[in-house]
Design a protein around this ligand. Structure first.
Ligand SMILES: Nc1ncnc2c1ncn2[C@@H]1O[C@H](COP(=O)(O)OP(=O)(O)O)[C@@H](O)[C@H]1O
Ligand SMILES: [Mg+2]
Length: 341
């Protein structure tokens, strides 16, 4: 890993207009991604987790400008890509690929796998016709499929095989970064670990960098070096993987963690069930977005938005339990704080 991040995201926002009335005028906005900043270093896996609807996919797509960000910067290899024109952006897309949750929806059902996998090579002018076939066979082998797969169609494959094809399509142009948007969420549990293992092997073999999105902490645990936890369009905690699991600082992370099955039957774990609903991103509550569900809510939480700040070295949280304003928080929540680094 180098010091300069491969990807630097600064104050990223994506607001979707809500149109109303017969004139379809904007009557409000959905703050799907609301001021998100993070770095991704070369060769690392950054996990992004959070409940459905918290803005993970929108973040992932905005990084590639499959959705245009409302505001903020996306610096790839030191260059802000949010202002690039179509041609320059196409070049960047060779280095930044995406894998979707539902490979079936993203694979053209009328094209055979050979054609589907040749397409990115064609778009980026990476190989002549004969070489394309070789490259297709090579990438199929790499993702664990036989060369005959090239002549078949998406519906002839199982969910796990289709995700292998989705991975092959991203990998065939030899990108530096892959955004993985819940790549195993739609698969049977028995298949999930096969695909996760494949992705881990590929990451090592090709020195890839992943932004790995999941709604479930158990999926990202093994593969991630660092993890960002999102809630209602914001990152509420960001830390090294082990640090996050050993001493979560944000009550939302703590509750997600309590839902992860504990492999050791001797360890007793209390399941924290959150009260209240996730507020609408079109009408977020004042103060901390989590305050209406937080078991430790204080007065300050209803008024002031907590900033994402370093609580320990490389361990960031946006929670008043850890800010100056909430500094005199009740001693009963001290177990949340862990030891100061
Ligand atoms: N194209 C869109 N138009 C309007 N709202 C959208 C659009 N895409 C996503 N949203 C809203 O943005 C929020 C975040 O969605 P999404 O990024 O898909 O969350 P996640 O991937 O974490 O489940 C949700 O409230 C969702 O309804
Ligand atoms: Mg999603």
């Amino acid at each position: 890993m180098t010091d300069q991040p491969l990807l630097k995201v600064t104050n990223l926002k994506k607001y979707f207009p809500i149109k109303g009335g017969i004139l379809g005028r904007p009557v409000g906005e959905v703050k799907a991604v609301d001021d998100v900043s993070f770095d991704v270093f070369e060769g690392e896996v950054l996990g992004i987790v959070g409940e459905s609807g918290c803005g993970k996919s929108t973040t992932g797509k905005a990084l590639l400008r499959l959705i245009e960000p409302t505001a903020g910067g996306v610096h790839f290899q030191g260059k802000d890509i949010t202002t690039l024109g179509t041609d320059e952006m196409r070049k960047v897309r060779r280095d930044m690929q995406i894998i979707f949750q539902d490979p079936y929806a993203s694979l053209n059902p009328r094209h055979n796998i050979g054609k589907i996998l040749s397409e990115p090579l064609l778009v980026h002018g990476l190989a002549e016709k004969k070489e394309r076939t070789e490259k297709v066979h090579e990438i199929l082998r790499i993702v664990g499929l036989p060369p005959e797969a090239a002549d078949r169609y998406p519906h002839q494959f199982s969910g796990g095989q289709r995700q292998r094809i989705g991975i092959a399509r991203a990998l065939i142009v030899r990108p530096k970064l892959i955004i993985c948007d819940e790549p195993v969420s739609a698969l049977d549990v028995s298949i999930q670990s096969q695909i996760l293992n494949l992705m881990e092997d590929l990451q090592e073999e090709f020195g890839l960098t992943y932004v790995f999105i999941a709604h479930d902490l158990s999926v990202v645990k093994h593969i991630s070096d660092r993890i960002a936890v999102m809630y209602l369009g914001k990152i509420v905690e960001l830390a090294d993987r082990d640090d996050l699991y050993d001493r979560p600082l944000h009550p939302y992370t703590e509750s997600l963690m309590s839902a992860v099955p504990e492999p050791d039957p001797d360890v007793k774990k209390e399941r924290i069930v959150l009260e209240g609903d996730v507020p609408s991103p079109s009408d977020p509550p004042p103060g901390c977005p989590f305050h209406n569900r937080c078991p430790y809510v204080m007065d300050v939480c209803r008024e002031k938005v907590p900033a994402l700040e370093a609580v320990h070295v490389n361990h960031y949280a946006a929670c008043h339990l850890h800010t100056e304003e909430g500094g005199d928080a009740d001693a009963s929540i001290n177990h949340l704080k862990g030891e100061k680094a």
